[in-house]
Structure formats: structure tokens, C-alpha cells
Design a protein around this ligand. Sequence first.
Ligand code: ADP
Ligand code: MG
Length: 459
Amino acid sequence: MTTDVTNTQNAFQMAIRMAVRAPAMMIGAAVMAIRINPTLSTVFIVVIPILAVCLFLIMSNAHPRFGIMMEKYDALNTSVQENLTGIRVVKAFVREDYEMRKFNDSADQVRKAQLRAEKLVILNSPVMQLCMYGCILAVLWFGGNMVVAGTFQVGKLSSFISYVMQTLTSLMMLSMVIMMFTISMASMRRICEVLDEVPEIGEVSQPVMEVKDGSIEYKDVSFSYSKDPSNLTLQHINLSIKSGETIGIIGGTGSAKSTLVQLIPRLYDITSGQLLVGGVDVREYQEEALRNAVSMVLQKNVLFSGTIRDNLKWGDENASDEEIIEACKAADAYEFIQSFPYGLDTDLGQGGVNVSGGQKQRLCIARALLKKPKILILDDSTSAVDTATDARIRAAFREKLSDTTTLIIAQRITSVQDADKVIVLNDGQIDDFGTPAELMERNQIYREVYQQQQKGARE
Ligand SMILES: Nc1ncnc2c1ncn2[C@@H]1O[C@H](COP(=O)(O)OP(=O)(O)O)[C@@H](O)[C@H]1O
Ligand SMILES: [Mg+2]
């Protein structure tokens, strides 16, 4: 996108004045030339079509080649970006040489593609010059003969030549404008592709603007990422969660835990069934209203470059320092923030590289808390913190978030054992739903996970 926008910008900046001036000059000069000597002006009639056809052939062939060049640019940019963001992995796997070769390859491909396109475009200038000087030669020849015959004055001939030159230079400028537009057209098309993308998730005409409470109800919900009803990731989910409850979700990897909760803020639309939040179908809400009420700490978390305070204010841009500190305390993040020399003003670096995995998770929880949501979803958000910290965070939630419906996806049984109810997911289906004590009693998966983790803890 950056390359594309720069291309378009440059072309526009350079071409916009020429695009207005060149045609005006061309028409003006041509009219003057015709007024001086209409017969001699017929040279235009011969030269201009030849020139136009040549230019058209050059440009129409160059256009797709520039498209290919931009695609090669993409590969180059991807390679650079991946190498920078993944530099630690590249080093850890000693892949520098390989990545270097990959970069050289893609740089070489860009060079070749650009050469192929430019080879055509440079024909522009010789064709132009040939026509221009051919034209002047013809004017001198025929005009000279007229002067010799006494039907044309030398002074008139020299001003005629000036006008011819002016017409043809303007034509040359115009061809440059066309050339620049050809080059940037490939870029513009790609920008438009992004701008014209219609989001799949739309709003109804009169959306509900407020989420009443944090109750959630799944009514026979099925979901498929590919919209293919024969390949369902979630199958016939029926669940009823009251506002304010704390719900644990456990299940093996790939059992669709993340998928289940992503449907609540409508990150994806369900394939069939009905999903109610606060008693209203999620599709009836205004998108912003729904997402403001649902705070989500994702499994793959992202912090942005900027200070800790900037990042936390994503939750609430008007948050005061007191509110920020309170949220940090609840997420058990305040202590380590204070240990940094700049506290909340510590710069996080791109993607939050300056903090540990567990610290990052806690900052993300604090950010989610600042939104003061009706529903809080934690998708494996305490996997990188130790069990004691995990317990402190849960205790703070119980105290401060008693009205908030909290959904906690966890690998550790200890993280869900003081929840009101626990969902056991297995392969996209609900295996069981009940209080931790009930599940201990009757659910095999739950008991197995519990026993394994207990054994692990004892060893
Ligand atoms: N964006 C996606 N597109 C297609 N399939 C996906 C996507 N995300 C997850 N899946 C598939 O859906 C299934 C459930 O994934 P997920 O909900 O992430 O499981 P969990 O969080 O329980 O580990 C997996 O089989 C996974 O391959
Ligand atoms: Mg997951």
C-alpha cells in the first residue's frame, strides 16, 4: 500500500499541471498554425494519428507489465517485513543466509520486471522525437518551396515553425502524462481493490444502540469458517449464560473454544441458529455498541508502539490516571509497571517487544478492563503468568467485576475451578455444562484433565 500510494501521489503531483496545460497549449498553437497556413497544416493530419497509434501500442503493452512489477514489489516488501518482525526466530534457526538469498531473489525479480516494463516505455521518447523532427523537416521542405515560389513569406514560415514546435512539445508532455498515469494506474487499481472491499458483516437499518445486560444465549448455533454447512467448526450449540456469571471454558486445542467466544462480539457471523446478547440477536445491534459492551483479550495479543499509557487508553481514551492504575492493579500489572523507571510512560516498542509474555498478557487484561465491559472474554489470557498471579487476578475480578459476565478460556483446571459454571468443549460440541463440582462428579474429560494436572503438580 505504501508503495502504491507513493506512486499515485507522485504521478498526480507531476501530472496534474501538465494535464491541464498541455492540451490547452496544443490546441492554441495548432489553431494559430492553421490560421497562418491551412495547407501546410496538413502535416499534422499525417503525423498526429501515427504518433497516437504508436503511443497507444506502447502504453497498452506496458500497463500489464507494471502490474506484474507491483506484484513483485509485494513479495519484496513481505520478505523485508517478515524478516524484521521475526528477526529473533530467523537468528534462532540460523536462517540468515536463507533469508538473505530470499531477499536477493525477490529484489532481482523486481529489477527484471521493472526492466521489462521500462524497456517499452523508453520507446516513447524516440518515437516522439522522430515524429517531431520529421514534421519540422516536412514543414521546411514544403514551406521552403512555397517561399521560393513566392506564395509564402519567410517571416510567416518561421512563426509557423514555432507553432508547430509548440504543438508537438505539448503533445510530448501529454504523452508523458499518459505514461505516468499508466504506471500509477496499476497502483490505483490495487488501492481501489482494498477500498472497494465490502465487509461481510453489515448492520440492519435500525440497529439497537445499547446492550442491556451481559446475558448470553446460544440457540442451536452452528458455525463454519468457510460458510460450508457440511464442514461445521461449531455444531448445534445450546447454552444459556446469565448476566454476571463467571463461566470457564475448557477443552483440547482445536476444540473450537476461541471460535465459540469470537461469535459474541460478532468477529464472525454464525452460519445458522441464533445468538442473543442481552436478550437481543447480535445481528440487531449497532456494531460499535456491541463491541463496546464486549471486551476481549485475544489469544494472539497485540500491543502497539507507544507508551504503556497510550496502549491502555485503547480501552477508554478518556481514562484518568486513577482509573488506569485501578485497572492495572486488578490485572496484577501495577507492580511491574512501577518497577520500570518511567512507569506508565515506558515505551513499549513495536508490538510490545519490551515486556515479557506474562507482562504483555496482564497489560492486555488491564486494557480490556478499562472498557468497563458488560461481558469480558479472556481467551487463554493467563497462560504465560504463574499460578499465584493467575489466582490474584481472578480474585480481583470476583471483587471488582461482580456485574460483568466473564468468560475464561483456560488450559489449567485451577483457572476455572472457582467459576460459577464450566463449559467442556469437545470437537466443536458441548460435552458438558455445569458447576465445577458437578463436572468433577460426572464428566470424564474434566476429571481426566484434573487428575493429570494434579499429578503434574505433585511430581
Ligand atoms: N480463521 C480460521 N479459518 C479457518 N479455520 C479456522 C480459523 N480459526 C480456527 N480454525 C479452525 O477451527 C477449529 C477450532 O479452532 P479454535 O477455535 O481456534 O480452537 P481452540 O481455541 O479450541 O484451540 C480448528 O480446527 C481450526 O483449524
Ligand atoms: Mg484458542
